[in-house]
Ligand binder design. Structure first.
Ligand code: GDP
Ligand code: MN
Length: 349
């Protein structure tokens, strides 16, 4: 029988009623989560919020990826929470291992040094595979090939406002390819040579650099040095075909050859951000002021009381990170000649 169905007694058979969702037009889109079996209760919390605030009205699919097999508990719990179809993929070993050209001894020495310097995740091998996978492979997983748009969700995130429109459709209609809610400065110790590799990429593949790009978001001296600004990639809504383009793949392969995923600890956030900053036009990158979001330790709470009230937000505006000196979001507004959202002055801390 269908779950919760009742045919006798005083309980009403709610399954006889029409579904609460409007069967409208859908985009070719999916949520995507990389997770371990042990993340099940943390991802359950995230899914519950994404469903309550957005997806119960749209029923988009959800793809889960893992370097190991997902267990029954993970599949049962997540399938029960997601209103769309759920799909579970195992990552192939060649997408989650050291490439042949990596010098293992050198990589091990770096991990030891980073451990001594107490750099977060500095001694972790799995974290490096994770960052490399999110940088270069998730969008090529066989389960992802069916889709054009993705929304990345991590464990233990929060959404604080209702989202009353289809964000994927918004991206498509406004010709956006990449989006963010939080931006900040990367720890320089994790990426000391990432910009050198970027510059050699620019030299080798000038055809991939977009006219009217966001170089000014990434660099204060017209490309000589990196200012470490990046979009925080634990939240992303983006276009998968862009990530699967020759331009993006040439960039990823160039970085992968340089070895910094293992000889340093390059994160997928600066990698995606530099790619978007250089290979997309400025107005192809969108800032979602109205998606209120938390991932430890930062909050994006929409600027502007009207936005917060209209969308039933429950975040404290004082927690908003956007206009803090460690955020790069003001810079994003400036290089795009965009008006800061209404209320910015008042809420500026
Ligand atoms: P942080 O946000 O940078 O602190 O990193 P997280 O621990 O949140 O990891 C980022 C994402 O990758 C999350 O969705 C994790 O569930 C996932 N993740 C991290 N390490 C692994 C791993 O070894 N295997 C799998 N399958 N997922 C991982
Ligand atoms: Mn995380």
């Amino acid at each position: 029988a269908a779950k919760g169905s009742a045919t006798t007694g005083t309980t009403l058979n709610t399954h006889a009623l029409p579904p609460a969702t409007a069967p409208g037009e859908r985009m070719n889109a999916t949520f995507v989560t990389l997770a371990r079996n042990g993340d099940v209760w943390e991802i359950a919390r995230s899914i519950r919020q994404v469903e309550d605030r957005f997806n119960r009205k749209f029923n988009y699919d959800w793809v889960f990826l893992n370097d190991a097999e997902f267990d029954d508990t993970f599949k049962k719990v997540t399938t029960s929470l997601v209103s769309g179809k759920t799909k579970y993929g195992k990552i192939s070993t060649d997408h989650w291992s050291f490439p042949s050209w990596i010098d293992q001894e050198k990589a091990a020495k770096v991990r030891q040094e980073m451990k001594e310097k107490k750099i977060i995740y500095g001694d972790s091998i799995s974290y490096r595979h994770m960052c490399r996978y999110e940088s270069g492979f998730f969008f090529r997983h066989p389960l992802m090939l069916d889709y054009e748009w993705y929304w990345r969700v991590e464990p233990s995130i929060e959404l604080f406002c209702d989202i009353e429109y289809d964000t994927f459709k918004f991206m498509a209609e406004n010709k956006k390819k990449y989006s963010f809610v939080l931006s900040l400065y990367e720890y320089v110790e994790t990426i000391p040579t990432l910009w050198d590799a970027t510059k050699s990429f620019i030299e080798k593949f000038p055809q991939h650099i977009a006219q009217g790009n966001s170089m000014a978001f990434l660099s204060d001296d017209d490309g000589k040095t990196y200012n470490h600004c990046h979009f925080w990639s634990n939240f992303e809504i983006g276009n998968l075909n862009w990530l699967r383009s020759d331009a993006y793949l040439d960039f990823f392969n160039h970085l992968d050859q340089a070895g910094g995923f293992f000889y340093e600890r390059w994160g997928d956030a600066p990698v995606h951000s530099i790619a978007a900053g250089l290979m997309l036009k400025k107005d192809e990158i969108h800032f979602f002021n109205d998606i209120a979001y938390y991932h430890v330790p930062f909050t994006h709470c929409p600027t502007g009381e009207k936005t917060r009230l209209d969308n039933k937000c429950h975040c404290n505006p004082k927690d908003n990170f956007d206009w803090n000196g460690y955020s790069c979001t003001a810079r994003y507004f400036e290089i795009n000649n965009m008006q800061k959202p209404e209320g910015y002055e008042k809420e500026h801390s």
